[in-house]
Structures are given as C-alpha cells and as structure tokens.
Design a protein around this ligand. Sequence first.
Ligand SMILES: C[S@@+](CC[C@H](N)C(=O)[O-])C[C@H]1O[C@@H](n2cnc3c(N)ncnc32)[C@H](O)[C@@H]1O
Ligand SMILES: [Zn+2]
Length: 358
Amino acid sequence: MQEEKVKFETDGLFYNPHMHFCRSFSSLLVGTIPEELSLLDGFSASGIRGIRYASENPNVKELSFVDLDEAAVELSKLNADANGIGAESTQGEFNSFLNDKRFDFIEIDPFGSPAPYLYHAFRTFRRTKGGYISFTATDTAVLCGAHPGACRRVYHSEPLHDELFHEVGIRILLKFASQVANEFNFGLKPLATLSHRHFFKLFLKLEKGSAAALTDVANTGYITLCKGCGYRQAGKVALEVCPKCGKKTAWGGPAWLGELHDAETLDKMQELNSQREYLHKEKLAKTLSLMQGEIGMPPWFYEIHKTCGRLNIQPPPKTEILLKNLTDAGFKASQTHFSPIGIKTDADICSFGKALKG
Ligand SMILES: C[S@@+](CC[C@H](N)C(=O)[O-])C[C@H]1O[C@@H](n2cnc3c(N)ncnc32)[C@H](O)[C@@H]1O
Ligand SMILES: [Zn+2]
C-alpha cells in the first residue's frame, strides 16, 4: 500500500483508505506545532498515522505506538523501520499503558467514541505545563442526535437532531473533553476542529491553570433553534419557547460555544499544504479556507434551503449573491465546512431573510 510517500503493509489489519484526507489534515496540523514532540500514536493498527506524522514533520522527534493487537504491534514497527523511522511499539490497552507514561502529543484514533480514553490521556499531562491531544470520534450518530439516550449517557448533553447537528455534535464533544481537561487544571485551546464524512477530528492544545479551565466553563452553554421561524441563539440557558414566534424550540447542549479553530494554526496549515504535494491538496486548501471563515462567527449557521422554505422565499439566491447582500448590509458572512449550503453570519433571522430576498 502507499499513502503519500509512505509505503506500508496492512497484512489484513485495519486500514481505512477514506481516512487518507484526515491523516493529511492531521499531519499538516502536527507540522504547525512549534515545539519538538514525543508523539504517541495510540490505536496504531498498521502505524500509518504515526509514520506519516513523523516522516512528514521534522518536529516529531520520538514516535511510539500502542495497540491491543499483537499483530498490529509487530506490523507498525516493521512499517516504521521500512520508512526509516525509529519507533517503539508496545502491545497493551491504551488506558493501562498510559499509567506512568508522558508524551508531548497523544493521538487517539479508536473505533467509535474517544470518551473512555480521554481521562487517562489528559491525566498523563498532570505534572507538565501542557501538551497536545488529538482524537477522532466516529460515533457521530450519537453526538448528532440519532440516539439521544446514548448522547445523554456518554456525553451528558442533549443533542440537536436537525440542520445544525454536525456543529452542535462536535461542540458537545469539545465540551465533554474540556470538562475532563478542567479536572486536571487545564483549559483547552482548539487548534482545529474537523467534521468530515462519518467522523469528527479534534486537535487541542492544553493550557495550564485554573483561569484557563474556568474560561472553558464560561464558554459552555446551549444552542437554541426554532424550526418554525428559523430564529437561533446561543447562551447560558436553552430557550424552550421561541422569543420571536412563540413556538416550541429545539435545543442542544451543554456544548462548547467558543472558537473551534486557532487562526495562526490554520494559516500555517495553509502554508504547509501549499508546499506539499498531497493527493487532497485542493480539498485541504478549501476546507482550511472555510474554517478560516468560521473564526469570530456565532456557534451556529443558517442552512439556505431550510431557511428559504421557512420564510417562503423561492428560488433560493446564489450563495455568492447572498454573501454579498449580507456584507453590503454590514454583516460578517462566510460559508462553513459543516454544510455546503450553510452560511455563518452575525445577522439575525430578519436580516438574513432580507439578504435572501436580495
Ligand atoms: C480505528 S483503528 C486505528 C486506525 C489507525 N490509527 C489508522 O490510521 O489506520 C483502531 C485500532 O485500535 C486498536 N484498539 C482497540 N481498542 C484498543 C484499546 N483499548 N487499547 C489499545 N488499542 C486498541 C485496535 O486493535 C485497532 O488496531
Ligand atoms: Zn420562532
């Protein structure tokens, strides 16, 4: 097999070619970190993630793998050697393995939810000033509200199973991670937050101190959506009744209401991407550019077609015209990576309706 410049074997072990884009995105992110890193590729399988991180980024100085499966342990070591990367590979259960370990960057890439692994991962940083954690979640159906009971049970939040589901789902996951980090006296700075296909991927910098942890607490709240008139709002409380039309609302949370990305990190990722010849170079640039537009925006968006339906506006305007109408009226406006027909803006629903009509 080959992914970018890495040649590797899978020997029938887990390998998902659809995660190629995610691994390229993640490797760009690792490359933006200014410090030298000891990096743990937890849940390594063939080791392709860690090998790409280490072979593409000179700041990765030490690479370790851990996997439950003995065959994966041998394979990740062989694959690393074949690509000229020195790596330690250990057979073990992720949480138990971490007991007395310390790394600068921990990569968590499990099947399903990362929730059972976050406590032990954050705990490893307890005697340090900080570090980095990245994790994948493929239980998006739970976070997005297809199974509300599971979301309440695992993430202690109410999901929102409607047009904002991906954004609210990822914000619930971020809220959950921040609560675990806060227990160890860390606040979280999201460097980048990606929703793609069937997965969420989060990249977090840990910032030490109770002030940082309490900022996370202040960043937590609820997102309310009125499916009657399209009103939406984010705040410390969920609104059960729409203040505009009086209908019963839908709401999700508690969820992270702060920024999802760090501007400097995204700029550096764009720069690195322009220097690399990745298969998904164009798609990566487009995704990063959409994320850049999400910074400084409310923690929700308007879906053009649903909003036109609610406000009886047909046909929907072209996206470029809508964006221009909003900026001409003095609002911030951009597309979002959460939906190809989603618009982030600081315009309220009345002003958004006017911009839709042109
Ligand atoms: C989704 S795959 C990893 C994919 C890999 N990172 C990649 O990019 O191709 C999950 C891996 O985690 C391993 N695993 C599952 N539960 C584990 C646990 N509790 N501790 C350590 N490894 C585990 C499995 O054996 C499997 O190899
Ligand atoms: Zn309403």
